[in-house]
Design a protein around this ligand. Sequence first.
Ligand SMILES: NC(=O)C1=CN([C@@H]2O[C@H](COP(=O)(O)OP(=O)(O)OC[C@H]3O[C@@H](n4cnc5c(N)ncnc54)[C@H](O)[C@@H]3O)[C@@H](O)[C@H]2O)C=CC1
Ligand SMILES: O=C(O)C(=O)Cc1ccc(O)cc1
Length: 367
Amino acid sequence: MGKRVVIIGLGLIGGSLALSIKREHQNCEIIGFDLDEKARQLALSLQVIDRETVDYKKEVPTANLIIIATPVQSAVSILDELRQLHLQENCIVTDVGSTKKTIVEKGMELQKMGVHFIGGHPMAGSHKSGVTASNGRLFENAFYIVTPTPGTPSSKVIQLQNWLRGTGARFIELSPNDHDRFVGMVSHLPHIIASSLVHQTGKMGQEFPIVSQLAAGGFRDITRIASSSPSMWRDILLNNKEPLLEMLSDWEYAMKNVREMLNQGDGEAIYSFFAEAKALRDQLPIGKKGAMMPFNDLYVDVPDHPGVISDVTGILASEKISITNIQIIEAREDIMGVLRLSFRSKEDLLLAKKILNDHMYETYDTP
Ligand SMILES: NC(=O)C1=CN([C@@H]2O[C@H](COP(=O)(O)OP(=O)(O)OC[C@H]3O[C@@H](n4cnc5c(N)ncnc54)[C@H](O)[C@@H]3O)[C@@H](O)[C@H]2O)C=CC1
Ligand SMILES: O=C(O)C(=O)Cc1ccc(O)cc1
């Protein structure tokens, strides 16, 4: 029997993942559920899914992969519902939510039943929502954060990455707490600031309509994300409360400093404020689809025999070299070809290369 994927939530992200998965796993059946009947029908007629269901609870017991792609608060409730159902033991459950702590806490309850929950967050998207905006290439070259818990076997993380290899994304692992702090900084706080700017401009625009027409490129760039789904962002804020409260305090403090410099007419301080920001911004590795980091990647030819991944990881672990990411980049069904290993530093990469070569593994620095 072919493999079965159930996607709950057929919006921008659920739809885009369905298309990416289908590209690399043509024989699997993708079954879609959404509370909104129109979303289900659109997903089917746009051939984003193979089949729709009005009752996902009937479909999940035979699924190999379950993806929860709803707003965060609904994802938490759906995980509660999944807990009451009987899922296949080898089934992987994942989500795509923009926050991870509360979701992973719920997901860990599934772990107790022998089902593997691995939190996920593709770091690409859009201010648009709905299945009509979905795109099978949305995640190409973007980071895809996964947040496995210590009890998750690495083979399951690799299986999930293998399911998602058609995204063309770069997988990285973070703890749920680190995820929420880091993503809070680069995505959630900027979202609050963008929306606040729109509010403030709107107020002035009510009195002076010309203001909105004067808004130039900078305003457009900085506020585009304020057009995103309000319910999605409400859920994100409510599920990342503590880190965001802290960052808002820092923000208020920074604005107080700007006020002070201005109030004092301190041109030197104001110049430094902008010059330092420019120097930092100019160095940021920002690409078209989110942050890009320099990767210390090593490609390893691996023969097709069971246990080869644990052999490679075991060799490196015995030398205390940490791998920050593993991806199978050439695989047909269950046959492996090449592993991409990422390391924290160039030094780790070179050491790993030497040790693996000593163990007769062929390695390359480029694919
Ligand atoms: N929009 C973006 O750029 C990104 C969003 N995310 C995360 O992905 C998730 C989905 O976001 P989008 O696809 O953009 O939203 P969307 O609004 O395009 O789609 C969400 C879909 O979930 C459905 N839904 C809501 N509650 C449901 C429930 N209880 N059961 C079944 N279906 C339900 C809605 O009807 C809707 O069709 C969110 O958790 C968001 O935080 C992650 C990365 C990027
Ligand atoms: O549209 C944009 O620029 C985004 O930043 C989209 C986005 C929204 C939410 C996420 O969790 C990740 C990415």
